[in-house]
Design a protein around this ligand. Structure first.
Ligand code: GLV
Length: 373
């Protein structure tokens, strides 16, 4: 197998931390052996810190961020129930699709790509429709927006009997998130972005209210693989342990180490490091005459940055040059931003001044080659 060394500064996966790669090569344990169950408990604890929650209901879904997404919808939405889905990029679109597949009554709220939803419009929609779920994406990696989630949104959802469900795949660990303080009921994420792990694990959280909903369902979730009653029972949520699936042992080690690295650095420092990388990036890009696709500063996601492709520039040539000359991945747009932007991920292990400087250099070189500097 040939695996070249590359610096992955697109929207993910980001480069894995060497400690995490090393953890993955530890000897396998049985998926029900006591030392392994202890590692699972430590993952649940680490996730409580990462999500900023005291909830008992945290675990790592054995699957990608999409598995986390499907677990959230499949468990918390019953056929015929309403879900409001905030759509301002491809992740909301996918959740709307997924919710239809689970026979929900989908109400989409749309914002222009590059924009987010105001808390006033979200609260008004929740009060009007009283849906079972309000779904939002904190970090929309296809457009580079950051959705604000505080400002009483959780309380408004609670008052309407609505569960607040949030996608944090591209944002968790890179920007502040407070599950309990903000009254969020369910969150899923991915391992391969700010957590610096390999893809294939989805941090997952449910509040007590979300668990009440799951307990009081009239029908079983239409998925065995992602049924949180069953997976939760493997993770010890209900006091005992029973076999649901064979946990991907090495991936659990990777998540355990990823969460140790988060705890060693501390969330405040981690958030500050991501912010500093973002500021350094934009200082450099502005000096090259490049502009953000997201106009409003407050809407910008710091972990996945979208850069407008200037008139007359071939974006793909800049991407190719970065790879050929610097072994550096930068990405083009996705969904509504395809062909309009480059996307730069500043996530986890990769969010360092040296890496950011290389990205700026690759842009300088790429633009120069096209006679734009
Ligand atoms: C994947 O998460 C992407 O935004 O491309």
């Amino acid at each position: 197998m040939e695996v070249p060394q590359r610096l992955l500064m697109g929207p993910g996966p980001s480069n894995a931390h060497p400690r995490i790669l090393a953890a993955q090569s530890l000897p396998l344990l049985g998926h029900m052996h006591p030392p392994f169950l202890k590692i699972m408990d430590e993952i649940s604890d680490g996730l409580r810190y990462l999500f900023q929650t005291d909830s008992k209901y945290t675990l790592m879904v054995s699957g990608t961020g999409h598995a986390g997404m499907e677990a959230a919808i499949a468990n918390l939405l019953e056929p015929g129930e309403k879900i409001i889905v905030g759509v301002n990029g491809i992740w909301g679109e996918r959740v709307a699709d997924l919710s239809e597949r689970y026979q929900g009554q989908v109400i989409t709220m749309n914002a222009q790509p590059g924009k987010t939803f105001s808390s006033a419009e979200l609260k008004a929609a929740v009060a009007q429709h009283k849906p079972a779920i309000l779904f939002l994406v904190q970090g929309e990696s296809s457009t580079g927006t950051h959705q604000a989630l505080g400002d009483g949104l959780g309380e408004a959802c609670k008052a309407a009997g609505t569960l607040l469900v949030v996608d944090t795949v591209a944002s968790l660990g890179g920007v502040p998130l407070f599950a309990d303080k903000w009254g969020i009921d369910c969150i899923y994420s991915g391992s391969q972005k700010c957590l610096s792990g390999p893809p294939g694990a989805a941090p997952f959280f449910m509040s007590e209210r979300a668990m009440d909903k799951l307990r009081s369902r009239k029908t079983k979730p239409a998925t065995y693989n992602l049924d949180m009653n069953l997976i939760g029972d493997y993770w010890g949520w209900f006091g005992s342990r029973s076999y649901h699936h064979t946990g991907p042992v090495s991936t659990f080690y990777a998540m355990r180490e990823a969460l140790q690295i988060v705890a060693d650095e501390g969330l405040d420092k981690m958030w500050a490091r991501h912010l500093a990388a973002h500021q350094q990036l934009w200082e450099g890009l502005h000096s090259l005459g490049l502009q953000s696709y997201v106009e409003n500063d407050a809407d910008r996601l710091i972990t996945v940055n979208t850069i407008k492709v200037p008139e007359g520039v071939d974006w793909a040539k800049v991407v190719k040059n970065a790879m050929d000359k610097y072994n550096l991945e930068i990405a083009g747009g996705l969904g509504p931003s395809a062909g309009k932007v480059w996307r730069i991920g500043l996530m986890g292990y990769n969010a360092t001044p040296t890496n950011v400087a290389l990205v700026i250099e690759a842009f300088r070189d790429g633009l120069k080659q096209q006679g734009k500097l």
